[in-house]
Design a protein around this ligand. Structure first.
Ligand code: HEC
Ligand code: HEC
Length: 347
């Protein structure tokens, strides 16, 4: 009797496992079968700027030329959405892969040097690597219609070649987008070229850089290194009372009171090409941003201690000329080679 029961339980378990395995399409957890000796791919070595931190690439999404090209094609193809939009509609190369103005009440985040991020979105609602955030984009943000993808003979062939799959799921789409966006690297701004010793900066630009990277301006505590972001969360003093949930930042993700008003430090590359700053686009010019850091920082329990260091209780108190120099420096972070790089344009 007991033996029969055990056999029954084992059978049920086997059936259950078989069912799980048969659910494979669209489960995010199965390993991609990348080995297809019949269809060798071309290995691709991603350019690594000398002074940047190490880049982590997941083992199950090694860079290949064909995959990067596929990701690029998808990035520009409205097939991913159900309303005619492509990623590139909001993430435009000429603006550093963002777009002027606001979308859904917030500025569109740029796509630049994202290979080094492990937190995504203004309030950090997405964690992980590019593979994770890109799967979110196709699965949830665009809710890409997989029938449409699988009815496309072009994509069927390309995904078969690149990922050796017979049925395209959000996972492979996300992985291909991750391949392309990982190559979107900017290290050719005037400031980069100055650091590399191949171009000089003006006196004011240099003074602005000094302010940015010294205790006087203190920007570098959060906008760290050449990446200009620590990819972490801070309350930089925009609000002391919260009238809207979206101003609560990371708190909306964690529910922890110590995260109130904290946002991920944004990347400042190509910042001069934007026209709406902060998570709600409240500032329209860099002058307004610098004026904010200079004298309008609001105090609250979660305000970053850097903002009120001794002598800075009432903001940085830079004079008008120093403010201009700081802005002159921010403008040297514009990378015209990046925004015109043919490798990132519409294929
Ligand atoms: C309708 C405009 C729009 C479209 C189309 C769009 N995005 Fe975005 N994207 C945004 C906005 C707005 C944000 C900021 C959202 C937030 O912080 O909550 C964003 C943020 C992101 C981020 C986070 C960047 C960071 O620095 O954390 C990624 C990654 C991203 N988008 C990828 C994509 C991809 C891939 C596509 C196409 C599949 C796409 N987006 C299509 C508007 C758009
Ligand atoms: C304590 C950390 C911290 C310090 C110090 C800091 N920032 Fe920020 N910065 C942030 C955070 C966080 C945001 C995003 C806030 C939000 O999303 O609303 C931000 C946003 C910005 C933006 C807007 C970027 C965009 O894309 O909207 C600019 C420009 C900027 N900071 C420049 C500076 C300058 C210049 C300094 C030095 C005077 C400085 N920051 C000092 C954390 C900091």
């Amino acid at each position: 009797m007991i033996k029969k029961l055990i056999v029954q339980v084992i059978c049920t378990l086997i059936c259950f496992i078989a069912l799980l395995v048969s659910c494979k399409p669209d489960s995010p957890d199965y390993p991609l079968n990348t080995e297809n000796p019949a269809n060798p791919l071309t290995p691709y070595s991603i350019y690594h700027p000398a002074r940047f931190p190490e880049m982590k690439i997941p083992d199950d999404n090694k860079p290949y030329k064909e995959r990067i090209e596929l990701g690029r094609m998808l990035y520009y193809d409205p097939i991913l959405s159900n309303d005619g939009r492509a990623c590139a509609n909001c993430h435009l190369q000429s603006y550093g892969f963002t777009v002027p103005g606001m979308v859904n009440g917030m500025p569109v985040l740029s796509h630049v040097n994202m290979a080094w991020y492990n937190n995504f979105m203004w309030n950090g609602s997405k964690k992980g690597g590019l593979e994770d955030v890109m799967q979110f984009e196709t699965r949830e943000f665009f809710a890409t219609d997989l029938n449409k993808m699988n009815n496309s003979t072009t994509y069927k062939e390309l995904f078969k070649k690149c990922y050796n799959v017979d049925y395209i799921t959000h996972k492979e789409i996300g992985y291909a987008l991750a391949q392309f966006t990982r190559t979107m690297i900017s290290d050719g701004s005037k400031y980069d070229r100055y650091i590399k010793g191949i171009e000089d900066m003006s006196y004011d630009e240099k003074k602005g850089a000094e302010l940015f990277f010294s205790e006087k301006g203190d920007c570098f505590h959060c906008h760290v290194t050449l990446l200009t972001t620590d990819n972490s969360f801070h309350n930089n003093g925009l609000d002391s009372i919260y009238t809207s949930d979206k101003d609560k930042g990371l708190f909306m993700v964690t529910g922890d009171a110590k995260d109130l008003g904290k946002f991920r430090t944004p990347n400042l590359r190509n910042v001069a090409l934007r026209n709406s700053y902060m998570h709600d686009g409240r500032f329209k010019t860099l002058e307004e941003v610098v004026e904010f850091y200079n004298s309008k920082v609001r105090k609250s329990a979660t305000l970053d201690p850097v903002m009120t260091k001794p002598g800075k209780e009432n903001g940085l108190q830079l004079n008008a000329y120093e403010q201009k120099q700081l802005i002159a420096f921010l403008k040297t972070l514009t990378d015209s080679a990046f925004i015109t790089n043919p490798n990132f344009s519409k294929p």
